[in-house]
Design a protein around this ligand. Sequence first.
Ligand code: RP5
Length: 162
Amino acid sequence: MKKVGIIMGSDSDLPVIRKAVEQLEALGIPYEVHVYSAHRTPVQARDFAVGARENGFGVLIAAAGMAAHLAGAIAANTTLPVIGIPCRSAALDGMDALLATVMMPRGIPVATVAIDGGANAALLAAQILAVEDAALAAKLDDKRASDAAAVLRKDAEIMQNL
Ligand code: RP5
């Protein structure tokens, strides 16, 4: 199976990345995590993106906060699908990163998930890999079914208690 590459702009983004890693682990998807910044280590971020396809990656996830150019900078250097996670920061509560990540110019797409949306970034990466992987698609179906069952259990509890 192709790997998911996860890049975060700073290790302060790690709590968001952990949510992505949990999902990938649960689905048995191989991954690699790096700290590369579009601003502080632009050469390393670029080199990772340029080599990603030949290094066995199928999808990339890029998480950054503030003036969050990381996902766009990664996407500029690969035609692998890139999923951007805007990370919340103190001053503007993540709106800064959301707009910087989602408002990509024509020609260089980034699939942006919610602010701090680490889990959904991983699930979207899994769905992309599952296009060509029936076993992974079946695992995703099972997960949807068990998530739905959990909601219905909560519904039953609420009906009993209120
Ligand atoms: C961004 O700036 C990082 O992705 C992080 O979300 C934010 C703050 O970085 P640190 O100052 O905590 O390293 O580049």
